[in-house]
Write a protein that binds this ligand. Structure first.
Ligand code: GDD
Ligand code: MG
Length: 355
């Protein structure tokens, strides 16, 4: 059996103001009646899977547990972080949690899942995951590679031997580079030897912990203390905040994947998106005859190629715009260009500084 782990500590600032600090991207109902986190949990349901382990920020505990409850999903645990320290310590805690409940000699297989991606074909996803099981049982950390289609700098890149077919079984990763700069990303794209890292990992809990021990011992020791000194609080398990805070703030990609020799990759054949930008959300949405994607109570006139989202109670009217994004929420209205780098991070930093 596979233990799905829902990593849901991020807030996805790129889709602000749809996503908020208190209403992160994983709870948004994008492209479905169900929140992304529920879509993720459903994807990993079936006879090969245990109930999911959820790791999230304590601020989101009620929101997330209500969504799970409404969807009739009982998690195997909900671990709370007082403060996110990125995915490396979160993954370490998941491994400790699963091992703690496993029989003595067992090495439970973890499926680490970002909780805010769109993967419409659940069957293809599961069949792909099953192809990685044997390698993971053999001590490999199996990644799932996406065919790169642009020089995206927000992803990890996985290099494989050009001759290797990694569709039916995982092959060895030659090199893993997390979030390269633009020039390097362009080189990788042109070279044709790289795929994108989907951010999904399948590995034994012991395998993960031993690689952490080797490459990120300070992450592991902080996570271990936070777990050992953590406490059950009703349905939640609270990590010890002071101990967890001592972990470096680092992703599993930097802490382990760039360094380990145990990485393998399977090329995925399912459609995948991390819905990381308005551009992406727009391009995935159904459109009207003028190429506009419209959500909610919205009227457009002489407007083309735009994404208009009326999330507030009132009516949203857009006239005479081209390739625009208009997001109208209860308390914030955002108007910006559809493509290009999002300037939102700078705005949010300013808002935070001004309190
Ligand atoms: N519990 C917890 N705590 N979860 C976290 C934390 C944390 O501190 N930080 C992030 N997460 C969750 C996010 O909610 C998301 O579901 C997942 O972990 C991945 O984190 P992101 O912050 O979204 O990572 P990324 O998109 O920058 O990069 C990763 O995903 C890319 C694909 O989307 C990397 O794995 C890249 O290599 C990969 O290409
Ligand atoms: Mg992401």
């Amino acid at each position: 059996t596979i233990h799905p782990v829902l990593l849901c500590g991020g807030s996805g600032t790129r889709l602000w103001p749809l996503s908020r600090a208190l209403y992160p991207k994983q709870v948004l109902k994008l492209e479905s009646e169900e929140a992304l986190i529920i879509q993720t949990a459903r994807r990993a349901q079936g006879k090969c899977f245990t109930a999911p382990l959820v790791i999230c920020n304590e601020e989101h505990r009620f929101l997330i547990s209500r969504l799970l409850q409404e969807a009739d999903i009982t998690p195997s645990g909900v671990v709370l972080e007082a403060e996110g320290r990125n995915t490396a310590p979160a993954a370490a805690v998941a491994a400790l949690f699963a091992l703690n409940r496993a029989a003595e000699r067992e090495d439970p297989l973890l499926l680490l899942l970002p909780s805010d991606h769109a993967i419409p074909d659940g069957e293809a996803f599961q069949s792909c995951v099953s192809k990685g099981v044997e390698a993971a049982q053999d001590g490999r950390i199996v990644t799932f590679g996406i065919k790169a289609s642009r020089a995206e700098t927000g992803y990890g890149y996985i290099e494989i031997d050009a001759a290797a077919a990694c569709i039916s079984a995982p092959v060895e990763v030659l090199r893993f580079v997390e979030k390269p700069d633009e020039v390097t990303a362009e080189e990788f794209l042109q070279g044709g030897r790289h795929c994108w890292n989907s951010g999904i990992f399948l590995c034994g809990a012991k395998t993960l912990l031993s690689e952490m021990e080797r490459f990120a011992p300070d992450v592991l020791s902080a996570a271990r203390t936070a777990f050992e000194q953590g406490r059950q609080d009703l349905d939640f398990f609270r990590l010890d905040a002071a101990a967890y805070h001592r972990s470096p703030n680092i992703s599993i990609d930097h802490a382990v994947m760039e360094r380990t020799e145990r990485a393998s990759v399977l090329a995925v054949d399912f459609e995948w998106s991390d819905i990381g930008s308005w551009q992406e959300l727009w391009s995935r949405s159904p459109k009207d005859e003028a190429n506009n994607a419209l959500v909610g109570d919205v009227i457009v006139q002489a407007t083309t190629g735009s994404f208009v989202y009326g999330a507030s109670k009132g009516l949203t009217v857009v006239s005479g715009l081209e390739d625009a994004v208009v997001i109208n929420t209860e308390d914030v209205v955002l108007v910006t260009k559809r493509s290009g780098a999002s300037p939102i991070k700078a705005v949010l930093d300013r808002l935070a500084a001004e309190g």
